[in-house]
Design a binder for this molecule. Structure first.
Ligand SMILES: Cc1cc2nc3c(=O)[nH]c(=O)nc-3n(C[C@H](O)[C@H](O)[C@H](O)COP(=O)(O)OP(=O)(O)OC[C@H]3O[C@@H](n4cnc5c(N)ncnc54)[C@H](O)[C@@H]3O)c2cc1C
Length: 442
């Protein structure tokens, strides 16, 4: 992509062509603003990693009606399974629906491969009039006193000036830190995701996961799948491949001196997973950080001339039940674009005008969702939920379903015995029930 001539001025500069950046650029360009979308990768998506199930179908449908007809999607998700693992056993909650949104469009979720999907989405922003500049790293912000007035790139004549900068530069947002909006992140707030794409015959995928046509499945795992390390795993069906990976809390990885790749191998070898991936061939391997603490690690979201969106703003909802970042990245990118459009109309780019971003985030349910689930990440990464309860469920299941001629126990004494077997204290169970209620029920 050709460079700008260095003296050009833009209404909006968007840094990062992931889902947050392309959404922001698309909406701002459609409003008639002069927009530049700057991406360090050779093309949008080249360096981006997700599972990935995209749950923002209805959001995107408002921007691009029936978008799935033209976008590179893999399968629509009509089946989800949450699996608790011990080293040898698994207990799962299997959800399948024939309701609207699961078997007919607009579907609730699609599996996607990010290099293809991000490239397509950025092309929609270009088609709306945004100028896409790839292979360009943004290094710093340009200032006029307290006001951000552009960005510095690693190019000859690298300064690009603009009225509003939207930082969509991902989890390790250099720009949010440069502007003093984000602090140094702690290792307990971040997880490392390692992922493989494994090629598998389309027919085998349908057979193994009991799917028809373009139906897809999302499986998420907690417990011994990451050994003693706090984390989880996922397995998603694509058209003719599987995306699977392990998410491991950074501080816990260091504490237990584990290598993420070894955890991924343990996951693939688990008796509940091995039959699903058997015979597949490795196509891709990638790794990426995830901002897991959501609300508790959120930076200040705007200042004079600058807004922060997507993972850069920690808008990734990782609650054990949900791992949703792409949809919130889009929603926050759109909210930032709305504030930028207002600022350009008023020709006033101070923090007072850009504070409209907060209102737009609330209207799009971004802040509300993260606030509501603010206790969930801490609970999910707690020791007992990670290691003790999955083992309890597994041992309980083994005892419940074993037929060996001994007297059958009723449920309460059976679970009481299992509780003692795994070393769970009743007062801890009561405390955790309260934590579950606080994190998920009200
Ligand atoms: C293993 C894994 C599994 C996941 N699974 C899911 C899932 O199934 N569903 C889901 O919804 N979410 C999932 N997520 C989370 C999701 O990937 C993120 O929340 C989402 O990608 C955030 O989008 P974004 O646009 O904010 O950032 P990103 O997608 O990270 O995009 C940031 C962009 O900015 C560019 N960039 C960065 N710095 C610069 C710079 N200085 N100059 C120029 N360009 C720059 C990058 O190259 C990149 O293109 C997963 C994450 C991981 C790691």
């Amino acid at each position: 992509m050709t460079a700008t001539n260095g003296s050009e001025h833009f209404d909006v500069i968007v840094v990062g062509a992931g889902p947050a950046g392309s959404a922001a650029a698309l909406l701002a360009a459609r409003a008639g603003l002069k927009v530049i979308l700057i991406e360090r990768g050779e093309y949008p998506g080249a360096k981006n990693v997700s599972g990935a199930v995209f749950y923002g179908s209805t959001i995107l449908n408002q921007l691009i009606p029936e978008w799935w007809e033209q976008a590179p999607v893999e399968r629509h998700v009509c089946r989800r399974e949450l699996v608790l693992m011990s080293p040898t056993t698994s207990v799962s909650l299997d959800f399948r629906s024939a309701a609207e949104g699961y078997v007919q469009p607009p579907y609730n979720g699609f599996t996607v491969l990010r290099p293809k999907f991000d490239r397509w989405f950025a092309a929609q922003a270009e088609a709306a009039g945004a100028f896409l500049l790839t292979s360009t790293v943004v290094d710093d912000l340009l200032w006029d006193g307290p006001q951000v007035v552009g960005v510095k790139t690693r190019r000859d004549e690298g300064d690009i000036r603009g009225d509003v900068v939207i930082a969509c530069d991902g989890v390790n947002s250099w720009l949010a830190r440069k502007a003093g909006l984000q602090r140094e992140l702690h290792t307990h707030e971040l997880s490392l995701g390692v992922k493989e794409v494994i090629g598998l015959d389309e027919g085998l995928i349908r057979q193994r996961f009991q799917l028809a046509g373009d139906e897809g499945m999302a499986l998420e795992y907690v417990g011994a799948v990451t050994e003693a390390v706090h984390g989880g795993a996922f397995l998603y069906t694509n058209r003719n491949s599987l995306s699977l990976g392990v998410l491991a809390q950074l501080s816990s990885l260091v504490e237990h001196k584990k290598r993420p790749y070894d955890l991924l191998e343990t996951f693939k070898a688990h008796p509940a997973v091995a039959p699903l991936v058997r015979g597949g061939t490795l196509r891709e391997y990638s790794a990426h950080l995830i901002p897991e603490s959501g609300w508790n690690m959120m930076p200040a979201l705007f200042s004079d001339g600058l807004m922060v969106a997507g993972d850069a703003a920690a808008f990734c909802l990782a609650t054990g039940i949900y791992i949703e970042g792409i949809n919130y990245a889009m929603q926050s990118g759109l909210a930032a674009a709305e504030a930028a459009i207002l600022a350009c109309r008023r020709k006033e780019f101070s923090r007072y005008t850009l504070s409209h971003y907060m209102e737009a985030l609330r209207q799009r349910n971004v802040l509300t969702d993260f606030q509501a689930y603010r206790h969930a990440p801490g609970f999910v990464n707690g020791e007992r939920l990670q290691n003790l309860y999955p083992q309890l469920a597994a041992l309980g299941g083994e005892a419940l379903f074993r037929v060996d001629g001994n007297r059958k126990q009723k449920l309460l004494p059976l679970y009481w015995r299992t509780l003692r077997q795994v070393g769970a204290k009743p007062r801890h169970v009561l405390q955790d029930l309260y934590q579950v209620a606080r994190a998920y029920l009200w």
